[in-house]
Design a protein around this ligand. Sequence first.
Ligand code: CO
Length: 294
Amino acid sequence: MEQSTIDNYKKAGKIAKEALLLGRELIKKNAKLLDVCNKIEGKIFSLGAKPAFPVQVSCNDIAAHYCPEDDDKIVFSDQLVCLDVGVHVDGCIGDNACSVDLSRNNSDLVKASQEALKAAVETVEVGVSLGEIGKAIQNAIEGFGFKPVRNLSGHGLDSFNIHAPPTIPNFDTKDKTKLEKGMVIAIEPFATNGAGLIYENGEPSVFALHGKKSVRVGFVRNILKQIEGYNGLPFTTRWITKNFSEAQVRYALNQLKQLEILKEYPPLVEKMNGLVSQAEDSLLVDDEVVVLTQ
Ligand code: CO
């Protein structure tokens, strides 16, 4: 990997961490989810980077992909919040997450994903197998009496690609695939007091464009142009309604869906409605492993 690319990853990781820490401060009783997301994203821009995906504030039994729209009225009260923040610098991504327990009744659950992340990071070196990383996560979470969410996983990071190979499992899959020098990965354990499985549920507000097609209607073309500017990275409805009416955005997104170039990311909800906590860091796998989001 070129030094300039490594520098971009380090910069993205550093800004991602700073934005995450701001978010952790902002998530308080009576704060609006919408305001918190806008402020975190504003911070990312002010530090000279861009969001790699919309800031997500997934509460209670929602593990991921909850992203408020402009008319969202929800305020924080006593939720368990998974805050996921991604940043990119010229396509080099830093991805990190933490949990905020507003009720203060779930500190063990929060600790479980934190300790699992710690244990996983300790295993990381060139040549370690994916199964070994998953095993460390599973053991740590089960040690607290909870379950890892098995159908969510960490992932590789590549240029403008938030879900590159390899898939980093959150349980012992016995996968013998080895980490290689030069890989950039995000490890993200999720712990739950539910079934340990999530499913897609509810209306998506997170999307990504894949593929290229032409559209006829003028305003749809303009919306598509804005979306193409995200280079295939996820975006949210709220970013588009800054420039276009809500009706236009709905129409355009529907059109892109029909053209089969729009991927939707609906909220991911725990199967037994268990509470979910999350922790995540991005790492550069090298002779000396670098935690990029520290
Ligand atoms: Co991630």
